[in-house]
Each structure stands twice: as C-alpha cells, then as structure tokens.
Design a protein around this ligand. Structure first.
Ligand code: ZN
Length: 112
C-alpha cells in the first residue's frame, strides 16, 4: 500500500523540474526571444508574457519537459484559457472592436 502511494506521489510530484537550472535557462531564453503572449497576439493585443508554457502537457515526462514545444503566455491566459484547453474546452472568444467575437478556435466553433 505504501509503495503504491509513494509511486503515485512520485508520478505527480514533478515540480522539482521547474527548479532546475536547465529549465530556468530554457524559460528565460524562450521569453527573451518571444516576449509577447501568443493568445493576446491572436486577438490583436500586445501583452508581455510572463509564463513559458508547454504546448503539449508534459505530465512530468522529463523528455517532454525539456524538449517539448513552448509558447509564451500572459498569466491571465495561462491560468484561464490554457487550463480550459487542457480540460478539452474551447477558449473563450474575445469581442473585437467591431462588436463580433474573434474566433480563436479555428473552425471548431463554426462547425457546431
Ligand atoms: Zn494573453
């Protein structure tokens, strides 16, 4: 029983990866090269990105963590829209200057 719980704990406890010098260097480098939130850019907004986000969830996989594709996000987008996407939900649309929602989810929304 304890071995099982320990294995479960180890499988989900990957936050140490964020403390590694390798990740800190990778994150800083990515944000320096890509300083703007990509989701904001899609909606014609300019926002400084503070989060270096893994496009594909790595779930503790060290290879994916250090080699997976990254994107720059602002905190608001990371905390709200990225989590919605990971739950299989669509991003909430922005309302453009013309009063119409900006389609951020490609054709998925119009097929409904
Ligand atoms: Zn943003």
């Amino acid at each position: 029983m304890w071995a099982f719980l320990l294995a479960m704990y180890k499988a989900t406890d990957y936050h140490y990866l964020y403390d590694t010098a390798r990740w800190k260097r990778l994150r800083l480098n990515h944000l320096q090269l890509n300083p703007l939130c990509v989701y904001c850019l899609e909606a014609d907004r300019i926002t400084e990105a503070t989060i270096c986000d893994h496009i594909e969830p790595h779930k503790g996989d060290e290879y994916k963590f250090f080699n997976g594709k990254l994107q720059s996000l602002c905190k608001a987008h990371h905390d709200k829209d990225k989590k919605r996407e990971e739950m299989g939900l669509l991003r909430q649309p922005y309302i453009g200057l013309d009063g119409w929602p900006i389609d951020l989810n490609g054709s998925k929304q119009t097929e409904k």
